[in-house]
Write a protein that binds this ligand. Sequence first.
Ligand SMILES: Cc1ncc(COP(=O)(O)O)c(C=O)c1O
Length: 470
Amino acid sequence: MHNDFLVSLDKQHLIHPVSNYREHEEKGVTILHSGKGAYLTDYQGKTLLDAFSGLWCVNVGYGQDSVIKAAETQLRTLPYATGYFDFGSEPAIKLAAKLVEITPSSLQHVYFTLGGSDAVDSAIRFITNYFNALGKHSKKHFISVERGYHGSSSQGAGLTALPAFHRHFDLPQPNQHRIPCPYAYRSTENTSDESLINQSVTALKNKVKELGVDQVAAFFCEPIMGSGGVIVPPKGWLKAMQLCCNELGILFVVDEVITGFGRTGPMFASLAEQVTPDLMTMAKGLTSGYAPMGAVMMSDEVYQGLLQGCGANAPVGHGYTYSAHPVSAAIALEVIRLYEEELLANGQRLGPYFEQGLQAFRSHPLVGDARCRGLLGALELVANKDLKTPFPAQLKLAERIAKSAYQHGLIFRAFADNILGFAPALCYTEEDFDLLFQRLTRILDEIMGQPEVRLAMDKAATHCQPVVNK
Ligand SMILES: Cc1ncc(COP(=O)(O)O)c(C=O)c1O
């Protein structure tokens, strides 16, 4: 089908996730056609280096034959099996056991979803059910972190602490609360690791005190705030938050939808700090995006609480037709085999190379901050480096960058607040990284050469207040 015709059909019928519908109708869709390794080819035949693994998910890279084969074999054998009525399938059972083996030892039970949003939503439902089953009916409040992202479900989007997900959606709900983000670059206070950790711990304790501990059910956080701009907390932050939750007697939920499956180095970010959450959500790298699947894992204690709540003929009324889908499970098993046998090691070997390359951009006039853990990184662009002045919104810098990046054959995430997010696949080679940095240099130089951008930088040079926020 001709590109223009597809673009026109798309405008008429296809609603895109988290997009400005007006702007999308003006701009039109960019149609992707195929992928191999770290590279994508669009519908017009242009080849692009993907430095974002699709949407931080295609961790094994595109076109992995063994994954395709695993999917095909399962499709031919049994394309669907319900998990209802005590039915099941071999790949789903094996995958549940595998996940228990590779996640923190506290997690013993798995409920499969279709992605991250419904994993978070399931976690909220299970937690609510758990406390009611225990007779602790007042524990209804949830706390998350500013700039945190926990998906787009009716409840999860309220834990997501990004304004676009609340606007016109009547969120957050009255039982959803936030503490500040440990955002060193934009912090007014002492930004030593110890101080940032203490600030978060104190904020959580104060929030729980304010609400009343018998009212608070759980604290949700990501090990790194991904969609909020790849905000990397100091090492030890996640463990400190867990210990704080344990001390307060509230459930600790780690959302590893982005950070799971080798993204930050180890299989899960929680493992780097011996974190033992009560619940964990995951998706994306679980199947590397080859088929939809997510999961919520829980401790035996939480599971036993839910079990206790089952009366005679009273099931836990939570289920999806496609929970534990056998094709997704077969894909996940093969994807995990690839991580374990080669890709985790490759990602760990090249993590420092990626970090070094990213940090070198600090010398670029546009770059105020560079931050990274494993293969998850970001550059924060500012109009004045000394004062950390953001570019004015009307400049639409992110749009300019995304456009220039595409022309130069590179895909990454240009966030609206001028943070550039990177999540290269674990199959990247040194040469792929060299190309990424080469192209990124050209893009940033080109953007800096634009008269409107120069003007914004000149104006920012005359301001005198350092910009701290959020
Ligand atoms: C930390 C986190 N949680 C939840 C989600 C939602 O996942 P999904 O888009 O698969 O629904 C995302 C998606 O980016 C995420 O990054």
